[in-house]
Write a protein that binds this ligand. Structure first.
Ligand code: ATP
Ligand code: MG
Length: 186
């Protein structure tokens, strides 16, 4: 499956200063006190993958992802999120050149009042191109691999078979069963 390697944010919600996070292989947990921005980080990943519903970003409009200012800091007029991912060997994406190791950096930028635009490995791409990249159930903005607060309880409470299905989907192997069944029928 695709591997997420690095997240960079500028002016996105509470992450007003440029912030960079390395994402290691395996399971990543985000911990911290209430209001420190844990959910905002998950939303940044969903947003750069093309999430288009302001509601799922806990906002009224898409501009609400831009740092809105505090008593001591002025609001920003843009937000930018970059996600560096490594594609599995052999991946070919229409209209996007991957790096030698399958590297793909997707950048989404929104300007207040002017909507958002995407770049993939430095080239302007359409929202549609980005949603195609992350179309896989295992990697898209609605991926079960992105577990929000509260969802943890659902994973723990699930029956073993259900939990297995959740984890397989999160690991990106759920599709394999479907494809295997497909092949068995032929
Ligand atoms: P909890 O543990 O309560 O779930 P959390 O770590 O998930 O907290 P978040 O919900 O990610 O925290 O962050 C909330 C903070 O982000 C709040 O202080 C909120 O004011 C701030 N915030 C959200 N959107 C913006 C914005 N557009 N501009 C500035 N700050 C914002
Ligand atoms: Mg939260």
């Amino acid at each position: 499956a695709m591997e997420l390697r690095r997240l960079k944010l500028t002016g996105f919600k509470s992450f007003v200063e440029p912030t960079e996070l390395r994402i290691e292989i395996g399971l990543t947990g985000i911990v911290g006190p209430n209001g420190c921005g844990k959910s905002n980080l998950l939303e940044a990943i969903r947003w750069v993958m093309g999430e288009s519903s302001p509601k799922s970003m806990r906002g009224g409009g898409m501009d609400d992802v831009i740092f809105a200012g505090t008593a001591t800091r002025p609001a920003r007029d843009f937000a930018e999120v970059s996600l560096l991912a490594v594609q599995p060997p052999g991946t070919v994406l229409p209209s996007i050149d991957l790096g030698p190791e399958g590297e793909l950096e997707v950048v989404r930028r929104i300007e207040r009042g002017a909507g958002s635009a995407y770049r993939a490995n430095g080239r302007d791409v359409r929202a549609k191109d980005v949603s195609l990249i992350f179309a896989d159930a295992a990697t898209g903005p609605h991926s079960p691999a992105l577990v929000s607060q509260g969802k943890i309880a659902a994973v723990i409470a699930a029956r073993p078979a259900e939990r297995r299905a959740m984890l397989e989907e999160a690991a990106g192997i759920a599709g394999l069963h479907v494809r295997r069944k497909d092949a068995e029928q032929k």
